[in-house]
Ligand binder design. Structure first.
Ligand SMILES: NC(=O)c1ccc[n+]([C@@H]2O[C@H](COP(=O)([O-])OP(=O)(O)OC[C@H]3O[C@@H](n4cnc5c(N)ncnc54)[C@H](O)[C@@H]3O)[C@@H](O)[C@H]2O)c1
Length: 259
């Protein structure tokens, strides 16, 4: 069954080439939403485009860069003529990219003594500055439509704390919750809802050794999928989400309340 209030709308999805972002793009397209898929990774955008079909356009942009985000807003506006939903998925762990080509992915624990200030700021920029800049650039477009939806991405790590991801990542995602609540208040008179989704464990492939103990604690007895997260995004964007704002939705199989 299709959700009401989605068909014919236009969504901007950042981080669209990633595991969760591409799931969000697929779900919104299946609901008849036209999608501006944004990522800094051109190869993942190409994969999306070749699988995509009608209604999808891809945009290679660094959403942590103010200038690129401004250009993006102009390009999306010209391409689609309207923006109804902004879904800020971009972020996650630091990986080599056009923005930070020298990153070396570090697995395992991240004790605070090991987090250098450059890593802290980079993590803040891709996870929090990016959402701030996109909200700033696209809110005028949502206001011009007389309403809309913003869905930001925080994490279980900010809701509950996590020993696995490091204080830098949890702090960035904590900022997303404050951004979400305050924008929800600010934008409510414009009929723009602002919510955040806090995924739990959504693996990128086979479960890693350090993820097994977390996976075993999930009350619903399975890890999450991109489709689980995309469903939550779709509901928040649909008519069913029209009276929900300022919330953080835990999409984690009950991990947040696990004993
Ligand atoms: N996978 C999980 O278990 C999990 C758990 C909690 C929160 N999250 C959050 O969900 C979101 C998606 O995570 P994912 O697992 O799909 O990660 P992912 O690495 O697969 O996807 C992230 C995407 O963001 C893009 N990106 C990063 N920096 C960018 C920039 N400056 N400009 C444009 N695009 C940029 C990357 O290229 C990538 O395609 C992230 O915000 C992450 O923090 C994920």
């Amino acid at each position: 069954m299709k959700l009401d209030g989605l068909a014919g709308k236009v969504a901007v999805v950042t981080g669209a080439g990633g595991v969760i972002g591409s799931g969000v793009v697929r779900r919104l397209l299946s609901e008849g939403v036209r999608v501006a898929a944004v990522d800094i990774d051109g190869a993942s955008l190409e994969r999306l485009r070749s699988a995509g079909g009608g209604g999808l356009q891809v945009f290679d942009a660094d959403v942590a860069d103010e200038q690129e985000v401004r250009q993006l807003a102009d390009q999306v506006s010209s391409a689609f003529g309207q923006v109804d939903f902004l879904v800020n998925v971009a972020g996650g762990e630091l990986k080599p990219s056009r923005r930070y080509p020298d990153v070396v992915v570090s697995r395992g624990m991240h004790p605070i003594e090991s987090i250098d200030l450059e890593t802290f700021w980079r993590t803040i920029h891709i996870n929090l500055t990016s959402a701030f800049l996109c909200c700033q650039a696209f809110v005028p477009h949502l206001k011009a439509r007389g309403g809309g939806r913003i869905v930001n991405f925080t994490s279980f790590a900010a809701r509950h704390g996590s020993i696995h991801v490091g204080a830098h990542y949890a702090a960035a995602k904590g900022g997303i919750i404050g951004l979400t609540k305050t924008l929800a208040l600010e934008l409510a008179p414009f009929q723009i809802t602002v919510n955040a989704i806090a995924p739990g464990l959504i693996p990128h492939g086979p479960i890693l050794a350090e993820q097994t103990s977390t996976a075993a604690r999930i009350p619903l007895q399975r890890v999450g999928t991109p489709e689980d997260v995309a469903s939550a995004v779709a509901v928040l964007c649909s008519s069913a989400g029209s009276y929900t704002t300022g919330m953080t939705l835990d999409v984690n199989g009950g991990l947040y309340i696990a004993p």
